[in-house]
Write a protein that binds this ligand. Structure first.
Ligand code: ZN
Length: 206
């Protein structure tokens, strides 16, 4: 995978998969989320994170759990490189790209034309010819992550800056100023800064 700064606008179809890839990654990857230990129940996390998934077998759910953990590691790597190279975002990403190549190979992501129903539009999907829904969804989620990371928008991949939160997010703000995964984490940080200030003020007054 070659990293370049050319902006690629993903269409709604692939943006939906990008959204699902982040949701699945955050459902199974972090040890801490929103300030608390994050426990995911194996096999259920995928269905909760991605409501549009079909009904999964246990094996499919396990496959998606594994994919989610890999995606989380990949997105964390990208976020760390982005944070380290804020002035010159081009050039990082080698570890993430290599991991993603391995993942796409493992889930057998190969291009196939598919259509919804006999008269539906043809879509380009990336899915194994064999394998169940877990493999098929894993392939599409991995390719969506690849499309994002291969576009100029890879610089929008970030990790939450709040304490005890390892969630990743896509910063959609115009000037890429988002620091936290959610208003929940933003409020936690504000409240803790407020407590610090009060402690300092009471300390100084006594
Ligand atoms: Zn957070």
């Amino acid at each position: 995978m070659v990293w370049h700064a050319g902006r690629v606008e993903l269409d709604q179809h692939w943006l939906s998969y990008v959204h699902d890839a982040f949701a699945l990654a955050n459902a199974v990857g972090p040890a801490f989320a929103h300030g608390k230990p994050h426990l995911s129940s194996p096999g259920e996390a995928a269905a909760v994170a991605v409501p549009r998934l079909p009904v999964l077998t246990d094996a499919d759910a396990r496959t998606l759990d594994d994919t989610g953990r890999e995606l989380w590691q990949i997105l964390r790597d990208v976020a760390a490189d982005n944070a380290a190279a804020a002035a010159d975002p081009v050039g990082g990403g080698a570890a993430a790209a290599e991991r993603l190549n391995v993942l796409m190979g493992r889930v057998d992501a190969r291009p196939r034309m598919v259509r919804n129903g006999a008269a539906g539009h043809w879509h380009l999907h990336f899915r194994s010819a064999a394998g169940g829904e877990g493999m098929r969804w894993s392939a599409n989620l991995a390719v969506a992550a690849g499309m994002l990371l291969g576009s100029g928008d890879f610089v929008r991949v970030k990790g939450c800056q709040a304490a005890r939160c390892e969630r990743v997010f896509l910063d959609g703000t115009r000037n890429r100023s988002q620091q936290f995964c959610s208003t929940r984490c933003q409020d936690r940080v504000k409240a803790s800064a407020h407590r610090e200030r009060r402690r300092a003020e009471t300390g100084a007054a006594s």
